[in-house]
Design a protein around this ligand. Structure first.
Ligand code: ZN
Length: 85
């Protein structure tokens, strides 16, 4: 079962996960006519989650004010805000 995200501040339904230190592996080839690399399939490696936010930059926070930064916290956040709607 999936829980629909909805920003309590602006109602935006798109949730963004910001990560850092992510290694991206891309299939690429050189395109002679374009004069640059053309990228195909990309695979994201593990990285560190920095924060979660809506499309308007409202950052998700735990009840104690710290940033939501892992699966457990995002689950708790969604459950809490699901009850309110
Ligand atoms: Zn928002």
């Amino acid at each position: 079962m999936s829980m629909q995200f909805k920003c309590p501040k602006c109602g935006d339904k798109r949730l963004f996960e910001m990560m850092k230190d992510v290694t991206v592996e891309s299939v690429c080839s050189w395109d002679e006519s374009l004069g640059n690399l053309v990228y195909g399939e990309q695979t994201n490696g593990a990285g560190e989650i920095v924060l979660y936010e809506c499309d308007n930059g409202h950052v998700l926070r735990n009840p104690d004010g710290t940033l939501v930064r892992d699966d457990e916290e995002i689950e708790a956040w969604l459950k809490t805000h699901q009850k309110e709607t």
